[in-house]
Design a protein around this ligand. Structure first.
Ligand code: IVH
Length: 680
């Protein structure tokens, strides 16, 4: 008998080899992308490799290693952060405010301390001073084991799970000479793009925006639920050693080069200079470059390069003698608040906007600034007529930082939150737990205007050519009142526009026609349901498969969709229960708008079966378990009822387990659950 070659292939062994290979490949491409800024493969190819890894790890959970790139996505939320005491205190830096002070407060003092003659030169390492928050990462035998915030310098908080979600942070160090212990300090920051996007999303959801990228980075890192951190694209630059065992460095330059070789991210703008003139020139150069960097820096840091010299100089209680932070002048200015305008957004949120006496802040004339919301206005006690400090902090929209109370004359006027919408006159509401004041008027003109713009925009129905300007004209000509009216437009309607030609009108009509068959996720996003961004819309489309199913969904069914909590579920439910919205959706249907259905896993072997997970799962996390169930056509719900098919109980399962037993629902342990999946 002849054996086929295939009989010798052990699928388990194959999977193990491939998992190792994928881990190495993904970490390599992460490094190309995040540290070297020189990707070799497309995002889609990267995602393909990533999905392959997750699929294999799903099949063989025992192959999941703590260093696997899949383990970045964040485990279960933690109740509170565990305190971590730093082996060596995390010091801060003394400040200088111009290049002259680098000379007097650092270079001249050090020369005196060391007894060097005036003409001698000290070599420095110059680095951008990242405006984020300081963290310490501990690598043991090359593996990331603990990450903590600076805290008070002595004790910080354990944010290991959150740091693991940063794609630029290696979970395992690579290369030669990786030491048995490496404590490394660095700054976690959020890029300006990511910061602006985060604030746009927050404002859309009625959440208060972050004042600057630093606050946003701190807020994102200190999330008890690492899955939230995972969605914020935080980055890290490493800049200082803590305790190191098994490796030695003679200078800061060598340290940075070596750790970069092990895969740690180091700012490429760091530079060694031979003397203080070089440090002063670097500061001047960075003052200029600051405006064009994709992240915020608030100064430069000048450090004695030689480690033996650093040791000789030592430190004071709070800061080392061998370094100084040279801060940039703040991008702030004082001006007068001439008025407060009320701006109504797409979701009805009424935002106070400051009208300012125009003032120049680092080259930009500022006449308007956001006041964020009414709570903030009250907390800062900002009044019309006040002299205020305005700041440009990474955001395109400047913000009012504080009032210069000393300049008050007594004639300033406080502006209370509106009782009626400034645009349509409807009574406003303030929903519990939200800072936003909202107009819920169904025919509020700016809301209609913004929601039609949103409907046609890229990412939503993507009606090519139908930008904000055209939507404004359609409204002012009285041609559209709801999004459905867009599909009733004729060529003659468009010809009434300023500077419209036959060709453009025909293009707009065909773009509208083409949008009728968009995919369901885009359509759901285009509806502009509060709290439903692109990602949630996509998840809804996948979970419900068709618009009809989504329209009928109960709160419980909605909350069973990944990442949808009760507030979002309630908002979706309310949207589809509102008669006006139902009417517009049915008109859209009648006009031929038929978003494509998404292939839902139907007829899977767990089709129609519902699962509840309770207690602490030790073999896999809930997201993973949910995926296994959904892949087979089953669903995962939050609470146990007579209709639940299975309850999967981990350690310390409590009331849900008791309820399942009372109701006679089948209870499975983790292994039994895996066995069931194998069997179906
Ligand atoms: S060195 C003892 N280098 O600035 C050395 N700090 O004001 C301590 N920072 O707490 C820090 N960029 O959060 C160093 N390239 C850099 C830095 C940097 C930003 C922050 C760090 C530190 C604070 C001190």
């Amino acid at each position: 008998m002849q054996l086929s070659l295939l009989d010798n292939v052990d699928p388990r062994q194959n999977a193990e080899d491939r998992v190792k290979e994928l881990c190495t490949l993904l970490e390599y491409h992460n490094k190309r992308y995040y540290q070297l800024d020189a990707p070799e493969i497309s995002d889609a190819e990267y995602d393909g490799l990533f999905r392959e890894l997750v699929a294999l790890e799903d099949r063989y959970p025992e192959l999941i290693s703590p260093g696997s790139p899949s383990q970045r996505v964040g485990g279960a939320p933690v109740g509170r952060f565990r305190p971590v005491t730093h082996r060596l205190p995390m010091l801060s830096l003394e400040n200088a405010f111009n290049d002259e002070e680098i000379r007097s407060k650092l270079d001249a003092r050090l020369k005196k301390e060391l007894g060097l003659p005036d003409g001698a030169a000290i070599a420095y390492m110059c680095e951008p001073k990242m405006d984020g928050l300081a963290v310490e990462l501990i690598y043991e035998q090359g593996l990331l084991t603990v990450a903590s915030t600076r805290g008070d310098g002595v004790t910080g908080e354990d944010v290991t799970q959150n740091i693991r979600t940063l794609r630029g942070v290696p979970l395992r160090l690579t290369g030669t000479g990786v030491p048995e212990l490496l404590e490394v300090r660095g700054e976690v920051y959020l890029s300006l793009d990511a910061f602006q996007k985060l604030n746009r999303d927050r404002e859309e959801n009625g959440e208060p925006p972050f004042a600057n990228p630093r606050n946003a980075a701190a807020g994102s890192l200190r999330q008890l639920d690492p899955r939230i951190t995972a969605r914020r694209p935080l980055s890290l630059y490493c800049y200082a050693p803590g305790t190191v065992a098994g490796a030695g460095f003679t200078s800061q330059q060598e340290f940075l080069t070596v750790i970069a070789g092990w895969g740690l991210p180091v700012n490429p703008l760091t530079r060694r200079v031979k003397d203080v003139d070089g440090a002063a020139a670097y500061y001047g150069e960075m003052c200029q470059r600051r405006e064009s960097l994709p992240y915020e820096i608030d100064g430069t840091v000048v450090k004695v390069d030689s480690f033996p010299l650093q040791r000789e100089l030592g430190e004071k209680s709070r800061s080392p003698l061998w370094a100084i932070a040279c801060k940039f002048p703040p991008r702030q200015a004082e001006t007068v608040l001439e008025g407060i305008i009320l701006s109504v957004g797409r979701t009805g949120v009424i935002t106070p906007v400051a009208q300012l006496r125009p003032v120049e802040i680092s080259g930009v004339t500022v006449a308007r600034a956001t006041l964020h919301n009414w709570d903030e206005l009250a907390a800062k006690d900002i009044r019309v007529g006040d002299t205020v400090v305005v700041e440009r902090a990474g955001d395109v929209i400047p913000a009012v930082v504080r009032v210069v109370v000393e300049h008050r004359s007594g004639s300033e006027r406080a502006v209370p939150p509106p009782v009626n919408c400034p645009e349509c006159g409807s009574a406003v509401v303030r929903i519990d737990g939200e800072v936003a004041v909202r107009c819920v008027g169904l025919s509020c003109p700016p809301q209609i205007r913004e929601s039609i713009k949103h409907f046609a925009s890229r990412g939503a129905m993507d009606v090519d050519g139908l930008g904000d300007k055209f939507v404004e004209q359609l409204l002012s000509l009285g041609l559209v009142h709801t999004v459905a009216d867009l599909y009733r437009l004729t060529k003659d309607d468009f010809m009434r526009f300023d500077r419209m030609g036959d060709k453009l009108a025909a293009n707009l009509l065909s773009a509208l026609e083409a949008s009728k068959t968009c995919d369901l996720g885009r359509f759901v996003y285009a509806l502009g349901i509060r709290h439903v961004g692109e990602r949630t819309a996509k998840a809804l489309a996948q979970a419900f498969g068709s618009l009809e199913n989504l329209e009928k969904a109960t709160i419980e069914e909605l909350t069973s969709v990944r990442d949808i909590g009760s507030a979002v579920a309630q908002s979706i439910f309310t949207f589809f229960s509102t008669p006006d919205n139902r009417a517009v959706i049915s008109q859209l249907g009648a006009l031929g708008v038929s978003p494509g259905s998404v292939a839902k896993t139907v007829g899977g072997r767990l089709s129609g079966k519902s699962f509840v997970f309770t207690g602490t799962l030790t073999r896999f996390n809930r997201d993973y378990a949910r995926k296994l169930v959904e892949d087979q056509g089953g669903s995962v719900v939050g609470s146990v009822s007579g209709k639940t098919d299975y309850v999967v109980a981990g350690e310390e399962a409590g009331s849900k387990l008791a309820k399942a037993r009372d109701l006679g629902v089948t209870v499975l342990g983790e292994q039994e659950f895996l066995d069931l999946l194998e069997a179906v």
